[in-house]
Design a protein. Structure first.
Ligand code: SF4
Length: 196
């Protein structure tokens, strides 16, 4: 086929371009039929055809269980205003969504290790029980032999010794956002009352 295509290309570039368009259209139609034949709710039913044929062996997702909701109001924050994009939202990941997320996320991995990562807004606003539950669900749904790592990115003020104990018990990698020493940090990283 490539020889024929090469000969056509030499003979007439316009015909070659049209032939290429026809081939791409056929591939798109076949791919569309193939994807629409998948059962609804299937993990891959919205996956581009090329990814379905070559799924990544592992991938990483940062989940934001409170969306853009945060206890701080940093002056440079680009994210807080996203709250207004979802006027009906409670900005709290439900237990049902949490379970579906962890089951599907771990089930789709093809590597022996996966990382469950939380970010915000401020994820600790979900409360410690949410994260205890996420560990419980990960233990339930991880593949045999799979190692699950946990990470959280937080701005810090809500952390207590109880949180720290939970992090230690579950070997959670904790990232704390700071801008430097207090004199620098408090310039932009302020709470809702403007206090550093
Ligand atoms: S802590 Fe992060 S999400 Fe919260 S206001 Fe500051 S920059 Fe925005």
């Amino acid at each position: 086929m490539s020889i024929i295509f090469g000969l056509i290309l030499i003979a007439n570039p316009l015909i070659a371009a049209l032939a290429l368009l026809v081939i791409l259209a056929i591939l798109a139609i076949v791919g569309g039929f193939w994807q629409s034949s998948l059962p609804s709710g299937c993990l891959h039913d919205r996956t581009p055809l090329f990814m379905s044929l070559n799924p990544p062996p592992a991938f990483h997702v940062l989940a934001k269980p409170t969306g853009a909701i945060c206890n701080l109001a940093c002056r440079y924050c680009f994210y807080l205003k996203c709250e207004h994009l979802y006027p009906e939202s409670r900005f709290r990941m439900s237990d049902e969504v949490l379970e579906s997320y962890i089951r599907q996320y771990l089930g789709a991995q093809q590597a022996p290790e996966a990382t469950i990562a939380w970010q915000g807004g401020e994820p600790t606003l979900m409360g410690l029980e949410f994260f205890r539950r996420s560990v419980e669900l990960a233990e339930r749904y991880k593949m045999p032999g799979m190692r699950v790592a946990y990470t959280i990115q937080t701005n810090g003020p809500r952390l207590t010794s109880e949180w720290c104990e939970f992090f230690r018990e579950n070997n959670v990698l904790v990232g704390i956002s700071i801008d430097g020493p207090r004199s620098l940090h408090d310039v932009f990283r302020v709470d809702r009352q403007g206090r550093g």
